[in-house]
Design a protein around this ligand. Sequence first.
Ligand code: GTP
Length: 399
Amino acid sequence: MSRYKSTNSSVKSHLSSGSLPKEEVNIVLVGQANVGKSALIVKYLTKRFICEYDPFLEDTYWKPDTVDQQEVLVKVMDTYGKDDKRLPYYLKWADAVLITYSITQQDSFEMALSYLDNIHEYSRSISLSSNELVIILIGNKLDLERNRVIAKADGETIALKFNCAFFETTAADEYEYVQNLFHRTVREVRKERERSNNVTIPSVQSLTTTFCPIEEEEKALPLTLPTSVPTDPLSSSSSSSSSTLFNPPNIGQNVISSSPQTSTLTASFNQRISSSVNAPSPLSGTTIPNNSNTNTISSSSLPTVSSLPTVSTLSFGAGTPSTISSPISVIQKSNISTNTAPTATNSTTARRTKSPKPQIDSQTSLTSSTSAVSAHKDNHSATAKRTPSKVPFLQKIFK
Ligand SMILES: Nc1nc2c(ncn2[C@@H]2O[C@H](COP(=O)(O)OP(=O)(O)OP(=O)(O)O)[C@@H](O)[C@H]2O)c(=O)[nH]1
């Protein structure tokens, strides 16, 4: 895999060329170690499958791509599955989070449940702004069907309960399967941006996806886009304070609960849910990245989890096509800035950049940076305030 690090000079040269797509989509993969996050990312970027990867790298990669005839700069953040305290930081950066587990590892599935729980909890507990977070559950290593311990139905059921899309895929087989996954993610982010702009989108119909090449899949799933896609997704999303929100069926009743007592997931999952909520929380003990320029947001608002009506559950790779329909979860995310992501305007021909680790301390504020990302994302958040949350795990965050 080619690895290039951006340099100031290359940034400048690219600023003048302006050849990167203006639309950007930030995708972060989270999940337990060894589930294949890095392998999926590398497959998407290079079309190659790797057997060895530095598990301690947390990097952001970016790749110009074309999805539905529209250019987009896809930025993908790899995480290393061992430092879950950084989840709030990932969520602030990302437009979409791919919660990944391995179909061969029970504990990775439980960790994925814990991520789902905590992400929803987190979204309920902070002030919500214009951007929305697309959440997708991914069962990886589909090529290891013989070693499967997590039934596909389990993933589907959890995805339905959490109102998120679900994919089974593999990094070890055809490139198109992984490409489909990322392209679908881009589409869902675009849809959320449309929603943020108060553009009415028709309901996505329940879909049956077969393992067709990308071109066929894209034809089968035409993207409903506005007549003009915002040239600057970050700034465009900031204008969506009036975006239409609605609660998915379970939100606020059972799904978001992080306590075993209130979890009402189906009986077949009670044990797993119980173990997941008892498992180390991805957010426990978390502190918020903090920089010098403080942007704070209120934690007092009501939960605003929104959902697109129906998006198919997909399976890429081996196995039979899925016909199960599930809504896709989109959670409004904070517009708190991060200081790590390159932007189209400061990106270079580099495909990979070492992600500067955000400053983390025990203070309560989230901060802006001087990056272009911050400038965009914090445009409407500079005066918002973050206050300690009543939600237990967030109290940990804010203490
Ligand atoms: N058979 C198979 N192996 C995979 C697949 N994806 C990843 N692997 C292997 O699983 C191991 C772990 O993959 P990684 O991509 O490093 O997993 P990770 O989730 O990034 O792990 P951390 O970086 O430790 O968080 C490696 O040996 C990969 O080659 C897959 O789809 N199928």
